[in-house]
Design a protein. Structure first.
Length: 89
């Protein structure tokens, strides 16, 4: 069976984002995961923007929190490009 090519399950880079994540949020990339650490005084929402323009899900990070927010560079979208600010749904 041949499936038609269509949009990815991830949104385009501009959808649901409100610009880059604050500078106090750090991104760490490995072969398997992309992690983010919130070094800000406030809770932030962030999503990974990959080099192919796809975006990950919006993750909420309280101050001091660190967690996995997306795929690493061996994922279907390749290397993460940056973190974008977003509003969790």
């Amino acid at each position: 069976m041949i499936l038609p090519l269509g949009p990815s399950a991830s949104a385009a880079a501009g959808d649901g984002t409100s610009g880059p994540a604050p500078a106090c949020v750090a991104m760490y990339e490995s072969w398997r995961y992309t992690d983010a650490a919130n070094n800000c005084a406030d809770t932030v929402g962030v999503m990974v923007v990959y080099q192919d323009g796809a975006t990950g899900l919006c993750s909420t990070l309280p101050p001091g929190a660190s967690r996995t927010v997306g795929e690493g560079y061996l994922g279907r979208h390749g290397h993460p490009d940056h973190l974008a600010a977003c509003e969790p749904s």
